[in-house]
Design a protein around this ligand. Structure first.
Ligand SMILES: [Zn+2]
Length: 281
């Protein structure tokens, strides 16, 4: 048997943080790359690509698309490429230092060219990309610290997610997914586009609740906050948190109500919704 068991991505990220003794939030993936002697370049790439893991001989590099504006997305991209390196590429070569990789980008051979679609927090269809994303999420938002920070925040929902995104230097969407998946509450996060549910993620308790079930491509309920915002029928951001019937979002006979908090993401023409079913008294 020659094949080694592929490491669990989250465990890999935690192990790397331990090895390098990194504990300070926000995690700086660029510094981690430096410690691993991986060169990071920013160069213009075709717009569908966010980043690329490269190598020449035993020297590794990360190419970052300099069209990326947000620091959060840069961080996520570097962390994602570190995931490819750590999970698939670099473990056996890590003892060999990079000498003078700085100006030799042209000599490097791409190992993974990662499209923007692959780095979306929700889903990539390709297993290697999913694994690199899982690694990146754990590296930037380590579960034990993140969970504790989330629990310390007084409010549940988008304002907590905003605070965590600022603290961890991560994007609103990836922070929202992390927050929701680690939440002890019955909650889900939904991204909708053109009046339809495009992606969602949820907590364990949401999954276990038989009244809670979301379907991709389902149309938004016309009275949901998300649909009102999408159609411009609701402008006041302060009123974007409402109690709505659970049946607006989930096909259920239950007459329970959930708290829906939605926000337009104008740049992407999408709406992000946090759904929370409060515990009944
Ligand atoms: Zn990738």
């Amino acid at each position: 048997m020659s094949s080694k068991l592929a490491p669990d991505p989250a465990e890999g990220a935690r192990q790397l943080l331990r090895e390098l003794n990194v504990q300070v939030i926000p995690i700086q993936p660029r510094e981690i790359a430096e410690q691993l002697q991986i060169v990071v370049w920013e160069r213009e790439m075709e717009s569908q690509y966010d980043g690329c893991l490269m190598r020449v001989g035993d020297t590794w590099g990360i190419l970052l698309n300099n069209l990326i504006q947000s620091q959060a997305r840069k961080n996520f991209t570097i962390a994602h490429e570190l995931g490819h390196y750590y999970l698939e590429g670099g473990q056996t070569e890590r003892q060999i230092p990079a000498a003078d990789g700085k100006d030799r980008v042209a000599e490097f051979v791409p190992q993974h060219r990662c499209q923007r679609e692959d780095l979306r927090g929700f889903d990539s269809h390709r297993l290697e990309e999913q694994r690199a994303n899982q690694f990146a999420v754990e590296l930037l938002m380590p579960a034990p610290i993140f969970r504790a920070d989330a629990a310390d925040l007084p409010k549940i929902g988008l304002s907590a997610i905003d605070a965590l995104a600022a603290k961890y230097s991560t994007s609103l969407t990836s922070t929202a997914i992390r927050y929701t998946r680690l939440s002890p509450h019955v909650c889900a996060i939904v991204l909708s586009e053109k009046g339809q549910i495009k992606y969602f993620a949820y907590s364990d308790r949401f999954r276990q609740n038989s009244d809670c079930y979301l379907s991709k491509n389902n149309p938004l309920h016309p009275d949901s906050v998300a649909d009102l915002l999408a159609k411009g029928r609701l402008k006041d951001a302060k009123r974007s948190r409402r109690k709505v019937p659970l049946s607006y979002w989930c096909s259920t006979q239950s007459d329970q109500a959930l708290i829906e908090q939605s926000r337009r993401l104008p740049r992407m023409n999408q709406v992000l919704s946090f759904l929370w079913l409060p515990d009944s008294p």
